[in-house]
Design a protein around this ligand. Structure first.
Ligand SMILES: Cc1cc2nc3c(=O)[nH]c(=O)nc-3n(C[C@H](O)[C@H](O)[C@H](O)COP(=O)(O)OP(=O)(O)OC[C@H]3O[C@@H](n4cnc5c(N)ncnc54)[C@H](O)[C@@H]3O)c2cc1C
Length: 382
């Protein structure tokens, strides 16, 4: 693995940095997990798109720059370093889009991807149900064939749908063959949230933002063209999405590198006023910073593997375990450094509350540890 950047990668970095410096809003936008904040973030998403920075790694015909995985990592690094707004489109562009590229028909790609890149259609992930979280194959929302109309009728309930109340579309799994064994009877559907029979009810997260929704479907019609990857093939299609969610695309190292730099800045500021407190947490701060660099190196190694055609597979569970626990360590250390003032609202406090969700979403860490034990270490199943 060559750790140096090529001339063209360096010029890509300079171009991204210059654009971000000129365009990132001076004042942070309100939280994208509130209705007003979401609208403000959409403005930003559309600005990114107009300058062709919204989906840098996609082919140009779909709104991207055809950037390599390395360039994408560079962009992510610059994005977080610039303090740019959170990506409220991330469930679409990082989870659904790789699946559409892999499993979609040419017609689906043309219809779905450019509108997603332009933040015209906003996608949320409808997998979890009240009785199916970790055990995703237990889902009971069903799809019944409506041959006369050339489509399907969807019914059931989805929950924990991130920003579902603000999105326009949902991608989700539904049971299309009730007779088949658990994993075999599922199909992957694309559903407009304004379709007759859909009810969306927002509810609050731990930090109070209305970032979640429950989605109720009552005999919702979707045409055949909105099945992704084949009828009853939903499990293998969804597993491709899961790899993106746990691994590279959802949590690129740029986010943690920038948080680690902010942590050291916080430590320096605290040192001036509270030298003893800063000294007490010095090693933890350094450890968290080093871990962020380690995550970067691990990711570079994975990108090398991907570009050489070696599959990443279950290793994405290692990424997930690492970034979720690192995020908590970074935030806890910052709050301990800040001390009593951390009781008040601030970016570290807000970030800490969200970091607590890291071991839960994208597959809980207990489940990831089982995957690592069985598939990477070859330990016997219980
Ligand atoms: C911030 C956030 C955003 C989310 N966004 C979305 C979204 O956009 N779309 C969506 O569909 N879902 C979303 N989720 C839901 C998330 O995917 C689920 O919460 C997660 O899969 C766990 O499912 P569960 O909550 O039903 O918990 P359960 O599956 O009931 O698990 C409860 C506990 O039991 C443990 N457990 C369960 N089974 C086993 C086992 N076999 N071995 C060991 N331990 C086990 C779990 O690890 C966990 O600790 C989100 C969750 C959060 C917190």
């Amino acid at each position: 693995m060559d750790l140096g950047w090529s001339g063209s990668e360096q010029s890509f970095r300079r171009e991204a940095r210059a654009w971000l410096r000129a365009n990132v809003p001076e004042r942070p936008l309100p939280s994208g997990d509130t209705r007003a904040g979401f609208a403000a973030h959409l403005e930003w998403e559309r600005r990114l798109h107009r300058a062709r920075w919204s989906v840098v790694s996609w082919p140009e015909e779909f709104g991207g720059r055809g950037a390599t995985l390395w360039e994408w990592l560079i962009f992510e690094e610059e994005y977080y370093r610039a303090g740019a707004p959170q990506r409220v489109t991330q469930n679409g562009i990082f989870l659904l889009a790789p699946t559409v590229f892999e499993f979609g028909t040419p017609e689906q790609r043309q219809r779905i991807l450019p509108r997603m890149a332009a933040a015209q259609d906003l996608w949320c992930q409808g997998w979890s149900e009240p009785g199916a979280g970790s055990d995703l194959a237990a889902i009971s929302s069903r799809a019944v064939r409506d041959a006369a109309s050339g489509g399907w009728r969807l019914s059931g309930q989805k929950t924990w749908t991130t920003r579902g109340a603000f999105c326009t579309h949902l991608f989700g799994l539904f049971r299309s063959d009730p007779e088949a064994r658990r994993h075999h009877g599922l199909s992957y559907f694309l559903v407009p949230l304004d379709a007759p029979g859909v009810t969306v009810r927002g509810f609050a997260r731990l930090d109070g933002d209305e970032g979640f929704a429950e989605v109720f479907l009552d005999d919702v019609f979707v045409p055949d063209r909105d099945v992704l990857g084949g009828v009853n093939q939903g499990w293998s299609v969804a597993m491709a999405t899961t790899g993106s969610e746990r691994g590279l695309t959802l949590r690129s190292p740029g986010r943690f590198l920038s948080a680690a730099d902010r942590l050291l800045d916080t430590a320096r500021q605290v040192r001036a006023a509270h030298p003893r407190r800063a000294a007490a947490h010095r090693d933890r701060a350094l450890r968290a910073w080093i871990d962020a660099q380690a995550y970067q190196l691990f990711t570079l190694e994975q990108v090398t593997a991907i570009t050489e055609g070696r599959p990443v597979g279950a290793e994405s569970s290692l990424n997930k375990l690492f970034w979720s626990e690192l995020d908590i360590r970074l935030h806890e250390t910052a709050l301990d450094l800040i001390g009593d003032e951390a009781e008040t609202e601030g970016p570290w406090t807000k970030g800490f509350l969200f970091s607590l969700a890291g071991p839960i979403y994208a597959g809980t860490n207990e489940i990831q540890r089982t995957i690592v034990a069985e598939r990477l270490l070859g330990l016997p199943r219980k």
